[in-house]
Design a protein around this ligand. Structure first.
Ligand SMILES: Nc1ncnc2c1ncn2[C@@H]1O[C@H](COP(=O)(O)OP(=O)(O)OP(=O)(O)O)[C@@H](O)[C@H]1O
Ligand SMILES: CC(C)(CO)[C@@H](O)C(=O)NCCC(=O)O
Ligand SMILES: [K+]
Length: 279
């Protein structure tokens, strides 16, 4: 089995993938601030022959995790943001400073779609762009839905946005504090994604495929007006692309990769941008 780890600021997600069949056997998540020790909600390391890690947590968390795993598993790959990989050129002035989750998401999406706007809706919402040809432009970092809510300190932090709500409801004026906060932060997140996508496509003169991932991707997706794909395993896809282990991975097939809908035309993107600028 391959153990893939996506260590985020809030949650550390893991999955076990079968080397022979390339199937995902199990998944889970633990709080990142809690110590990462094999136990009830962590897979049995006896069956693991290789580990692949993406981590944006404190250096110490990664160090301890790697140390622990090196005792049990022969092969431990840790992904790093670099200047160029798999045809993508990192847009950061200091490439090593780009969050590795953003980098892996961009690599995976570029491999799948040939160019991309990737949106990761986690603790932070990150938006990254890769042009056809592989130039990564850099991107945007905003607070995620939960962070925005917590920063308000209005006693609403424990009332999550119902991920099954319709966007229309979530965009309506709130009639109590919880609603006003939830609808406010939802509006902030989806308007930012819609606007940034339109602005960058306009600047660069290209309608880019749009891909979403992260814990809040489903609910954010409902407020996105243009065609896009959800890819919960986007960061894992980057790990597969960087450190292929199975036959399918070596052939460039990334697990759980979605169908990519054709983006709307650049003319439409520009028209809607011009309209929103009037308001
Ligand atoms: N069980 C859960 N625990 C915490 N957050 C959850 C949970 N399920 C969904 N979420 C939502 O997911 C978001 C966290 O996103 P994600 O699962 O991508 O983890 P993350 O660790 O925050 O990622 P990263 O730090 O890499 O951005 C939160 O804003 C929250 O609203
Ligand atoms: C922005 C987050 C926290 C999103 O997980 C992560 O990608 C990160 O820590 N990035 C480093 C800073 C940067 O990407 O510029
Ligand atoms: K993430």
């Amino acid at each position: 089995m391959i153990l893939d780890l996506d260590i985020g600021n809030t949650l550390s997600k893991w999955r076990l993938k079968d080397v022979a069949s390339s199937e995902i056997r199990s998944r889970g998540a633990v709080w990142t601030r809690e110590e990462w020790r094999p136990g009830s909600d962590i897979p049995d390391l006896d069956v693991v022959s290789a580990v692949r890690i993406s981590s944006v947590a404190r250096q110490k968390v990664l160090q301890e995790t790697v140390e622990l795993l090196r005792h049990e598993v022969g092969l431990v790959h840790v992904a790093r943001p670099v200047r160029e990989s798999l045809g993508v050129v990192n847009g950061y002035d200091e490439p090593g400073r780009l969050g590795v989750d953003r980098w892996l998401g961009a690599l995976a999406s570029y491999q799948l779609a040939g160019a991309c706007c990737t949106v990761d809706c986690g603790s932070a919402i990150t938006i990254d762009f890769v042009l056809p040809g592989g130039r990564h432009l850099g991107g945007y970092i905003l607070p995620g839905l939960r962070l925005m809510k917590e920063s308000l300190k209005l006693g609403t932090r424990n009332v999550a946005i119902d991920p099954d709500s319709e966007a229309d409801e979530l965009l309506a004026p709130g009639r109590n504090t919880v609603e006003a906060v939830n609808h406010g932060i939802y509006m902030a997140a989806v308007s930012a994604v819609n606007r940034i996508y339109g602005e960058v496509c306009d600047r660069e003169g290209v309608a880019l495929p749009l891909l979403l991932t992260g814990g809040d991707a489903r609910v954010v997706s409902r407020g996105i007006r243009v065609p896009h794909a959800l890819w919960p395993d986007m960061v894992y896809g980057g790990l597969e692309a960087c450190f292929p282990q199975t036959a399918a991975e070596r052939a460039g097939r990334l697990s759980g990769a979605p169908q990519i809908p054709a983006p709307v035309s650049l003319e439409k993107i520009r028209a809607s941008l011009a309209f929103s600028m009037l308001l």
